[in-house]
Structures are given as structure tokens and as C-alpha cells.
Design a protein around this ligand. Structure first.
Ligand code: SF4
Length: 451
């Protein structure tokens, strides 16, 4: 048993950011399980746009996974918390693990931690931390160009960066300041990369860019030209598009989805449902235009599903504007909404805007939107019950009551599916036909059976 300091570089191939996202420092005392949890949390924090800091002094949040197996481990756990407070008094402190579970009041009152997450809720530590501390996290698109947290990288899915840079100046976005002019990779280079990955057993690629819709602007090409080429010159079974700004899809875009290898799901970040907020953000899209776009997509693309990002608490967001956002979300009914509380980024115009929204109000509004989005996700899933789909199986993290593994993967329109299978079967990275039978009780996935 010993102290484990989480070393980000040992687990991940970090992208070099030009910007400074929020950072979390993770520490564990005790058993291997406590250590393994750090790795999962680190990954989950990262997909939420929160970087992992190796040094406690560099962190905005410190998470300590405590131990209580002996009196000595309790003492060490308490010391660890105190040391973290000394080294970084400004950081928000989150405590979990056995000591925190056995003495939550002591942990909260005596040690003054901001949040105690019980062992039963450890799997949701990242989500609970985000909600409870109302973490000011900016849209992932602004911190991690090209890779949206919704579409996680995996052994079966690869991201192909097709362009960099953005011509726009959304007032909250730092990427545009740091990434400069738009530059696109050549079609040949992209095709070679996809074919290479396919040969290595990857079944799905996500074409991604800081401003994906601007692909080819420096080469006299459009995103449609690229997709057409990829469809014609590769045989990889699944092609997805990363986050695309909702205002610059090429005119002939929807026809591309007639090819079933282009997956019928788009992540179109709207950020607010109030036109006045969208104007303050310098976004190029109005709520009605977005709505019309989605209607068009739903008419033309079979089983089309749409997900989005919403920033809660942009400076000056009034109650009326907030109600407009809720009404807009109610109208569109997204399959998933990625919700971010606004935080000012130095150097951006938004950081200089008056009337900041209080942390408490941001938290309240986030919770409202979370509830609404969860209801819509469930309704979307319900719509696809009793249907046949080809699912790309990504992994198995749970077992059913009989101890059989439950595998999970995604439908073409990016709905999560859980499928039980016999323990002898290894379904990882396989494309399999399933029939959906119900929505899971947590409302997060479709339950299905192998065909
Ligand atoms: S479109 Fe806006 S949010 Fe997206 S990268 Fe460009 S400036 Fe940033």
C-alpha cells in the first residue's frame, strides 16, 4: 500500500493544447482498485474537457481517493488532504474512497473539503463533481479541436484530423486566436491514412477539424468533396463527421447520407436557443435557422439523429433568454445535449462582457437543462425500440444478473446499445446485427439482443 500520484503522461498521449483548460489533479492511497479508479476518472475528466495536472499546485480541482484499511491509512489520507490544501488553497477539493465513505462528516467539516463522493457513487464521480461544483467548463470544441467528448476515441474508432484553424471569431472561443488561418490536409493524404487504419482493423473513422465545415476553403474544395472522395476511395465500413458548425454545411450535403457508410448522426453545436445570446457570442446561426436545418435533415436522412452543445450562463443571460433556450431545446429534441457552464477565457471578448451569471444560477440552469435533455434522450431511444441495427461493439464494462458480460456499442445514428452475450464470446470491435427491445432503466442506452 502506498501513495500513488497520478502521472498523466504515463497513461495518455496528451495533445499539446494551445489553451489552458481547467485542470484536475488526482491522488490515491491504498489498494490497486483505488489506483485503477484514478485512471478511469482521468479519462472521464479529460473527455469533459478537463485536463489532468501532474502537480497539485497547477490544479483547479484536486480529487483524493482515500483509504481506511488501517489507522495509519486514515492518518495518511487526512494528511494528504491537508497537504493538498496547503499547496493549493485555491483548488476545489473532492474526496472519495473508504475514509471519505466511513467518515463523510469528519471529512467535510473538519478537513473542509468541498465535496465528498461516496463509494457507491464512485462510477459517477466526474459527473457528480461537475454538477456539484458547477465546474466552469468551456465547450470542448474550444479546447480540444476536432475531437468531441461525445465521440470518444477507442481501439475501434480513429479520428482523422482533416483541417486546422478557423475563420470565425466566436467571442468565447480561444481556439480561433491560437490556431490561425484555415489549413486543410490534402484529400490523398486523408485517404491514405484512412486506408492504413482500415488495414489495421479500425472499422470507424471520424473526420474532424477545428472548423470542419470549412474543409477545403484553401484548396477550392468543400466538405462534400472530401466525403465523396472518402466514400469512393476507401472501403472502411463507417465514416462519421466530427462536430460541424451549423451554418456552413454545403448545399448538397444531405444527399451524401444516401450512402449507408456515412453515419446518420451530426453533432451541431448551437450553444444557446436565444438569438440575442447567439449574437453576443458572434455565432452565425439563429435558432429558427437551426430548427429548419434539422427539419430538412430529418426529412432527407433516414434515422437521422442530432446532438449539440449548450453553454449555460453566458454573460448577461437573462431569465427570458434562458427560457428561450429551454423552449428551443424542447422543440428540437436532441438525442444528447452536452452542457457546459460558461467560464471566461483570458484574451477572448466574452471575458470582457458585463453582467456575469452567478455560479448558483449557472448550476440551477444546468440542472434544469440536464433534466430536460435526459427526458429527450430517453424519448429518442424509445423511438428506436424494436428495430434492427448494425452495432460496432466497443467493449464490455458490466455483467448482467446471471454474470454474463454485457457488451456495448453504437448504432449508425450514435445511440448506445447494450447487448448481453455468453461469456465465451469476444465481441470486441465486431460489427454485429442486433434487435433492440427496450430502453435501459438508467435511460442511457437501448437494450438489444444479438441476431
Ligand atoms: S466556429 Fe467559433 S467556436 Fe468554432 S472554432 Fe471557430 S471561432 Fe471557435
Amino acid at each position: 500500500m502506498g501513495l500513488k500520484r497520478y502521472n498523466a503522461a504515463s497513461f495518455f498521449d496528451w495533445q499539446s493544447y494551445h489553451t489552458q483548460p481547467m485542470r484536475v489533479h488526482l491522488q490515491a492511497l491504498g489498494c490497486r482498485l483505488n489506483e485503477a479508479e484514478l485512471e478511469t476518472w482521468a479519462r472521464d475528466f479529460r473527455t469533459q474537457g478537463i485536463d489532468v495536472a501532474e502537480d497539485v499546485a497547477d490544479a483547479d480541482i484536486v480529487v483524493i481517493n482515500t483509504c481506511a484499511v488501517t489507522a495509519e491509512s486514515v492518518r495518511k489520507s487526512r494528511n494528504l488532504v491537508r497537504r493538498a490544501q496547503r499547496q493549493n488553497p485555491a483548488a476545489r477539493l473532492v474526496m472519495s474512497g473508504c475514509y471519505a465513505a466511513l467518515s463523510p462528516e469528519q471529512a467535510a467539516d473538519e478537513l473542509g473539503v468541498d465535496l465528498v463522493v461516496g463509494n457507491a457513487e464512485k462510477d459517477r464521480l466526474v459527473e457528480i463533481t461537475q454538477q456539484a461544483l458547477s465546474l466552469p467548463v468551456m465547450p470542448q470544441g474550444a479546447t480540444e479541436p476536432g475531437e468531441h467528448p461525445l465521440l470518444k476515441r477507442g481501439r475501434q474508432r480513429a479520428f482523422i484530423k482533416v483541417q486546422d484553424g478557423c475563420r470565425y471569431r466566436c467571442t468565447y472561443c480561444v481556439v480561433t486566436l491560437a490556431r490561425g488561418e484555415e489549413r486543410s490536409r490534402s484529400v490523398d493524404e486523408i485517404i491514405d491514412e484512412i486506408n492504413g487504419l482500415h488495414a489495421q482493423g479500425i472499422h470507424e473513422v471520424v473526420l474532424a477539424g477545428v472548423h470542419l465545415g470549412g474543409y477545403g476553403s484553401d484548396k477550392g474544395l468543400t466538405l462534400s468533396d472530401l466525403v465523396q472522395n472518402v466514400l469512393a476511395r476507401t472501403t472502411i465500413p463507417r465514416i462519421r463527421l466530427g462536430s460541424v458548425e451549423p451554418w456552413d454545411l454545403p448545399a448538397d450535403f444531405w444527399r451524401l447520407f444516401e450512402n449507408p457508410r456515412l453515419m446518420p448522426h451530426l453533432h451541431l453545436p448551437i450553444q444557446s436557443g436565444a438569438d440575442s445570446v447567439l449574437r453576443r457570442m458572434s455565432r452565425r446561426c439563429k435558432a429558427d435557422e437551426f430548427n429548419a436545418l434539422i427539419q430538412q435533415a430529418r426529412e432527407q436522412v433516414k434515422d437521422f439523429s442530432v446532438t449539440t452543445d449548450i453553454i449555460v450562463g453566458f454573460p448577461g443571460e437573462t431569465e427570458e433568454e434562458w427560457q428561450q433556450t429551454l423552449a428551443f431545446v424542447e422543440q428540437v429534441r436532441f438525442a444528447h445535449v452536452h452542457i457546459f457552464a460558461f467560464s471566461a477565457r483570458e484574451g477572448t471578448k466574452a471575458a470582457t462582457l458585463p453582467l456575469p451569471v452567478s455560479r448558483a444560477l449557472k448550476r440551477e440552469r444546468s440542472q434544469q437543462l440536464h433534466a430536460l435533455a435526459a427526458r429527450h434522450k430517453q424519448q429518442t431511444l424509445q423511438q428506436f425500440v424494436d428495430r434492427k441495427f448494425e452495432v460496432l461493439i466497443e467493449g464490455n464494462r458490466e455483467n448482467d444478473d446471471a454474470g454474463n458480460p454485457i457488451w456495448s456499442g453504437y448504432t449508425p445514428n450514435f445511440l448506445r446499445v447494450r447487448v448481453p452475450a455468453a461469456p465465451s464470446l469476444d465481441l470486441h470491435n465486431q460489427l454485429l446485427n442486433v434487435r433492440t427491445r427496450a430502453v435501459s432503466t438508467d435511460g442511457e442506452a437501448l437494450l438489444a439482443d444479438l441476431l
